[in-house]
Design a protein. Structure first.
Length: 120
């Protein structure tokens, strides 16, 4: 991922906003998690781009991580959010929600595209 001057970190067609505050080792794990989910999402639908935003809220000595994501596919736009004390859990939860939305959309699409005889 290449860092841009406006605080965004880009990897292909993925924008990570607010992630520049992470340590390099944390960013490597974030890249791997997001990359794996992008592969899964791309295999289900016509993936175009995704924007993820990270906000950290300090509570005592720890941080609560709030991640929001918006992904654009040929089939439409999907949003997901998650908050967790663990950064990677929050990230995985957001990606899983996005994956579930795309799978749900695909199932509905298949259901509506069946020939009339199969529906009865």
């Amino acid at each position: 991922m290449a860092e841009e001057g406006n605080g965004k970190v880009m990897k292909g067609n993925i924008a990570l906003v607010g992630f520049e505050i992470l340590e390099p080792s944390e960013m490597e794990v974030v890249k791997k998690i997001v990359g794996n989910y992008i592969i899964k999402l791309g295999s289900l639908a016509g993936y175009k781009e995704m924007k993820m935003s990270l906000q950290q809220h300090k509570h005592g000595k720890t941080f609560k991580h709030e991640i929001s994501a918006m992904a654009i596919f040929d089939e439409g736009k999907f949003n997901a959010e998650a908050t967790d004390w663990n950064l990677y859990t929050a990230l995985s939860n957001v990606c899983e929600k996005m994956l579930a939305e795309v799978e749900h959309m695909k199932k509905n699409e298949q259901r509506h595209n069946k020939p009339q005889k199969e529906r009865q």
